[in-house]
Design a protein around this ligand. Structure first.
Ligand code: PRP
Length: 181
């Protein structure tokens, strides 16, 4: 871990609050899909922590798969180009699919994933995002069905979210301010 960066971390959402909200989202999913199976798809890598907590609070028959994507030109010059690095292992045809994301930002990644997943004919496709930054949205109609927290436009790390692959292990979601170069 780069020495000194920790000095620029400020807690935004404490783990106790995250856990409480994750339980509430899981309870809502359990209610919405009562008596049915849900197939959770985690979008690597950021969603892995949220997904692992969420699935343990869903009181239904569940199954699990993962996808990995990378996007180019994120931020101001977002190109909207998304590359699929790892596809699903199994078919989702006829399944109640919940796509699990750590953060919904511009919406470009989710827009791409929705398009390719809907082509595969799931019974329903819902989206659960731990964090939502609506102020950053480029694609206005992109929304999550289950949102943990709406947050302002700060750069956040922890609970799965990274800066250059660091900080995913922090228990809290923190605002990271980088020192000037
Ligand atoms: C994050 C997040 C989403 C995407 C959201 O992934 O997990 O997939 O960005 O951003 P968007 O709404 O602007 O498309 P990231 O590229 O940081 O990869 P990671 O999950 O491996 O950290």
């Amino acid at each position: 871990m780069p020495v000194g960066y920790r000095d620029h971390l400020k807690v935004l959402i404490r783990n106790t609050a995250i856990q409480k909200r994750v339980r509430a989202v899981a309870k809502q999913i359990t209610k919405d899909f009562r008596g049915e199976r849900v197939h959770l798809i985690g979008v690597l890598k950021g969603a892995c922590i949220f997904l692992s907590d969420l699935i343990r609070h869903i009181d239904l028959d569940t199954s699990l798969d993962f996808m990995a994507v990378s996007s180019y030109g994120k931020g101001q010059s977002s190109s909207g180009e998304v590359r699929l690095n790892k596809d699903l292992d199994t078919s989702i045809e006829g399944l109640n699919v919940i796509l699990v994301e750590d953060i919904l930002d511009t919406g470009l990644t989710l827009s791409y994933l929705r398009r390719i997943l809907l082509q595969r004919k799931p019974k329903v496709l819902r989206v659960a995002a731990l964090l939502d930054k609506p102020s950053r949205r480029i694609i206005a109609e992109i929304k999550a069905d289950y949102v943990g927290f709406e947050i302002p436009n700060d750069f956040v790390v922890g609970y799965g979210l990274d800066y250059a692959e660091h900080y995913r292990n922090l228990k809290d979601v923190c605002i990271l301010t980088l020192p000037p170069e």
